[in-house]
Design a protein around this ligand. Structure first.
Ligand code: ZN
Length: 287
């Protein structure tokens, strides 16, 4: 049986210490948090940049370069930068995460994302809209491939898998491709239910070549039920404070590593082995 790759999604582009005091902000905090996740069993780390002073999501490329440098001093974990970044960025600002830094991998949204969040202090609605037309998807993909960066195709609904197939048919995308299913985003995509994950997987298997790989994650309290099902269905998984702040009901995770350790415990109980970063590089064809 294939070993399971665990991605730790450290920070995300929304939550701050108003939501959880355990979100890392500075490059040093982020690198230390990555190392804890690596020791707990993560082989990929997915990062959105944070302003070291305010903790607000940002796109400053020198921060991404500093993360890469500090993380690589500590371990060989696969570094995955977000190209979603933060609310309100231009495509040029979002591209800086891959043009001005040297990640192994980067996320690529396979369509517009139109979600909402609520500010925990004011309970005001925050709109999280990210525009991703075909031309932008093509530009992100080509920029990644030209720089030796493995794209991680972020898939929020079945239509986005159909879009991946179209991009392959157009000769733009070249398999093997890696897809990250994201379920349960507020107001976007598909609710985080077993039926929807299985539906995603049915379409993935029907539409994409067998060389393609997949991983699943889910937002909030759905995180662990969905990733457990994903492991049973033969997929890889993602956890982290980007998706879920809680280790258990009412108990905040004090580190992303707590969430990674919980996946490892579940996987071990089910008899599954966890991939090391070098094994994950082979599975995902990252050179
Ligand atoms: Zn992300």
């Amino acid at each position: 049986m294939q070993k399971i790759i665990i991605t730790a999604a450290l920070t995300g582009g929304i939550a701050t210490r108003d939501h959880s005091p355990y979100i890392p902000y500075t490059p040093e905090e982020i690198a230390e948090e990555v190392y804890r996740c690596y020791q707990a069993g993560a082989s990929i780390v997915h990062i959105h940049a944070r302003d070291p002073e305010t903790g607000r999501p940002t796109w400053r490329s020198e921060l991404y370069r500093e993360y890469d440098r500090l993380i690589r001093e500590k371990c060989d974990i696969i570094i995955n930068h977000s190209t979603t970044g933060a609310i309100g960025l231009t495509h040029e600002q979002r591209l800086a995460a891959i043009t001005e830094a040297t990640p192994d991998m980067a996320s690529l949204n396979m369509g517009d994302v139109n979600a909402i969040y609520f500010d925990p202090k004011t309970n005001k609605r925050i709109e999280a809209y990210f525009s991703n037309p075909f031309s932008a998807i093509e530009k992100y993909y080509k920029t990644m491939v030209n720089r030796g960066i493995k794209p991680e195709l972020e898939i929020y609904d079945v239509g986005m898998i159909y879009k991946v197939k179209l991009m392959i048919d157009l000769g733009i995308f070249k398999p093997p491709l890696h897809c990250q299913f994201v379920l349960g985003l507020h107001g976007e995509g598909m609710p985080a239910t077993p039926r929807n994950l299985i539906n995603m997987l049915d379409n993935f298997r029907e539409l994409l070549p067998p060389s393609c790989t997949w991983s699943a994650c889910a937002v909030g309290r759905h995180e662990f039920p969905i990733i457990t099902l994903a492991m049973i269905l033969g997929g890889h998984v993602r956890v982290g404070l980007e998706d879920n702040l809680y280790l258990a009901k009412g108990v905040l995770a004090k580190s992303n590593a707590d969430l990674v350790a919980k996946v490892v415990r579940i996987a071990n109980e089910l008899g599954y082995d966890i991939a090391t970063p070098s094994e994950a590089r082979k599975i995902l064809t990252i050179t």
